[in-house]
Write a protein that binds this ligand. Structure first.
Ligand code: BG6
Length: 515
C-alpha cells in the first residue's frame, strides 16, 4: 500500500543554480517501465531521450528498459522498434557500443491493462532484473497513456507489489498529461494516483519545465539585480504569454478533438510559465520552496471577465502555411466534420497581489499560426513625462523585456534610441541575447532532463497535484462559459488567429506583439 511521504524536506538543489562541482549527475541503479511504449510520444521523445542519456553516460551500468503493450513482440522486435526511434529522433550521434549496452537491458511484456497475468509477468521480470542486472528494486513507471487508464495501471502496480519498495529501494510513477479535463476530474485522478503512490513519488510531466529557457526565467529573475526593480505593477503595463505553432492537428484527432487549445496547453504549459514569471523569490530552489511560491501565485490568479470581451477562441480553416496549402481542422483526418474544438485560445488573467494588482496577463496559443514561437513579453508603461514633441517619438512603442522560450532562445529588450542624423527622432530598437551565440554548450532535450530528474528523485521541475488543480480552477470558468456560448470563430491557417483576439486587446488600448 501507500509508501510514507519522506522526501518533502530533502535539502537538494535540483536546479543546480549554485552547484559548485558542475559534475553531471548520474542516475543510480534503476529501471524504467514504459506503458504506452508504442505511442507517438514514446517513439518521438521518450526512447530517443533515453538513448541520449545513455550516450552522455548518465544512466547506470545495468539500466533496464521494459516496454509494456498489446503487440506480440519478442525482445528482438522491441529492440528493433526502439532502434528505429533512436536513429530517427535522437539528438546525439548513434554509437554502436552505447546501443549494444542499452539494448542488452531491453525487454517487452505483452498485455493489456486489465490482464492480471501480464502484470504478474511484469512483476516477475522486474524481480529477475533486480537479481541479474542490479536494478536494485528501484523502478520508475512511465504512464504515457490516456488518463482513463491511470487507475487500472496504478492499481495493477499496487496489486502486484510493484508500487511498494522495500527499505532502501524506491518506486516512482511518471505521468503524462492531460491531468483531467477540469478541476473536478483532476482532483479525482490525483486521488486515484495518490492512493497508491505518495505525492513525493509522483512525477507529473510538464515538458515545458524541462526546457532550458524556462529554467532561465529563474536565473534571469533571481540571479540579477537589474530586472527585479521593474518586475511589478509600478513599471509593467501588461504581460503577454504566447505559444504559437505552425503545425496543424492531422493525425491527432483521437487526443485533441473535444479537448482544444486551452486544455491542451494553457492549463499546463502557459500556467506554469505564468507562475514562474509572477511568483515571489523562493527561499531556495528546493522542490518544497518552489512549489510553495508557485502555489501562492496560482491561488491568487483569476480569470477576468466579461468573457465575451476578455477571451477569444478560434478554429483554423484551410489556408497557406508558407508555400504549402493546408487543410482546415474539420477536414483533417479523424476530426468530426462538425467539430467545435478550438485550435486557438486566448484569455485575460489577473493576480491578486501587491506586485501585480491591475496588471493583465494575456495568454494565447494556437495551431496553424503564422510562425512557431513561444515567448513571454513584459511590456512596460510609458514614461510619466517625455520632453519630446509628439512626432519625435511617434514611431516608438512601449519598452519591453521579452523572454524567448523557443526558437532562437534568448532574451530581447526593446527600447527607444535616437535615429542617426541631424533631427531628433526616437525609434524602437532591440537588444538581443541569443543562447546559441553566447554559449557553445547545446541544451539537452526537455525529456532528457525530466527523465533523468525522475530517476534522481529531483522533483523541482514537476508540477504537484495542487498546482495542477489550481490551474484548472483558474481555467474552468472560461471553459464553462465557452461550452455554453456558441462556437469558436474561424481563422485562416497561416494567420495570427481570429479577429476576436485582436479586439480583446484593442478594447484595452493594446496590441499583441507580432513575434
Ligand atoms: C504538447 C501539446 O504538450 O506540446 C502539443 O500537447 C504541442 O499540442 C506541444 O504541439 C508543443 O511542444 P513544443 O515543445 O514543441 O513547444
Amino acid at each position: 500500500m501507500a509508501q510514507p511521504d519522506t522526501h518533502e524536506n530533502t535539502p537538494i538543489n535540483p536546479l543546480r543554480l549554485n552547484d559548485d562541482t558542475r559534475l553531471p549527475r548520474i542516475a543510480g541503479p534503476s529501471g524504467l517501465v514504459i506503458f504506452g511504449v508504442t505511442g507517438d510520444l514514446a517513439r518521438k521523445k521518450l526512447l530517443p531521450a533515453l538513448y541520449d542519456l545513455a550516450n552522455r553516460g548518465l544512466l547506470p551500468a545495468g539500466f533496464t528498459l521494459i516496454g509494456f503493450g498489446r503487440r506480440e513482440w519478442s525482445k528482438q522486435d522491441f529492440e528493433g522498434y526502439v532502434r528505429e526511434a533512436v536513429e530517427k529522433s535522437a539528438r546525439t550521434r548513434f554509437n554502436d557500443n552505447v546501443w549494444e549496452r542499452l539494448a542488452e537491458g531491453m525487454h517487452f511484456v505483452q498485455g493489456a491493462f486489465d490482464h492480471d497475468e501480464a502484470f504478474d509477468s511484469l512483476a516477475q521480470l522486474t524481480r529477475e532484473m533486480d537479481a541479474t542486472r542490479g536494478t536494485a528494486g528501484n523502478w520508475a513507471y512511465y504512464l504515457s497513456v490516456p488518463p482513463e487508464y491511470f487507475s487500472d495501471v496504478v492499481n495493477q502496480l499496487d496489486r502486484t507489489g510493484m508500487a511498494t519498495p522495500s527499505e532502501d529501494q524506491w518506486r516512482r510513477v511518471v505521468i503524462e498529461k492531460p491531468f483531467g479535463h477540469d478541476a473536478a476530474s483532476a482532483r479525482e485522478l490525483n486521488e486515484v494516483v495518490n492512493q497508491v503512490f505518495p505525492e513525493s513519488s509522483v512525477f507529473r510531466i510538464d515538458h515545458y519545465l524541462g526546457k532550458e529557457t524556462v529554467q532561465n526565467i529563474l536565473a534571469l529573475r533571481f540571479a540579477n539585480q537589474m530586472f527585479e526593480p521593474i518586475w511589478n505593477a509600478n513599471y509593467i503595463d501588461h504581460v503577454q504569454i504566447t505559444m504559437a505553432e505552425e503545425i496543424g492537428l492531422g493525425g491527432r484527432a483521437g487526443y485533441y478533438d473535444g479537448i482544444g487549445a486551452a486544455r491542451d496547453v494553457i492549463q499546463n504549459h502557459l500556467m506554469q510559465l505564468l507562475a514562474l514569471i509572477a511568483m515571489e523569490e523562493p527561499a531556495s530552489f528546493s522542490p518544497r520552496q518552489l512549489k510553495a511560491e508557485k502555489i501562492k501565485v496560482l491561488r491568487a490568479t483569476y480569470p477576468v471577465g466579461p468573457f465575451d470581451r476578455t477571451t477569444a477562441r478560434g478554429q483554423y480553416t484551410a489556408g497557406w502555411q508558407g508555400s504549402t496549402k493546408v487543410l482546415g481542422l474539420r477536414e483533417e483526418e479523424g476530426f468530426d466534420p462538425a467539430s467545435t474544438t478550438e485550435t486557438f485560445a486566448a484569455c485575460t488573467l489577473q493576480i491578486n497581489s501587491r506586485r501585480w494588482a491591475g496588471v493583465p496577463f494575456y495568454l494565447r496559443t494556437g495551431k496553424r499560426l503564422g510562425r512557431r514561437v513561444t515567448e513571454i513579453a513584459l511590456v512596460l508603461k510609458r514614461p510619466p513625462y517625455q520632453p519630446f514633441q509628439a512626432r519625435q517619438t511617434q514611431s516608438m512603442t512601449n519598452n519591453a523585456v521579452v523572454l524567448r522560450i523557443q526558437p532562437d532562445e534568448g532574451v530581447l529588450m526593446r527600447f527607444g534610441s535616437k535615429v542617426p542624423g541631424s533631427t531628433l527622432e526616437v525609434r524602437d530598437v532591440n537588444m538581443n541575447f541569443s543562447y546559441s551565440e553566447a554559449f557553445t554548450e547545446k541544451s539537452p532535450e526537455a525529456y532528457e532532463r525530466l527523465i533523468l530528474d525522475a530517476l534522481l528523485d529531483e522533483s523541482s521541475l514537476f508540477p504537484t497535484n495542487e498546482e495542477v488543480e489550481y490551474s484548472w480552477d483558474i481555467l474552468d470558468p472560461i471553459l464553462n462559459y465557452w461550452a455554453d456560448n456558441g462556437q469558436p470563430e474561424e481563422y485562416e491557417a497561416g494567420t495570427w488567429g481570429p479577429p476576436s483576439a485582436d479586439r480583446m486587446l484593442a478594447a484595452e488600448g493594446r496590441v499583441w506583439r507580432r513575434p
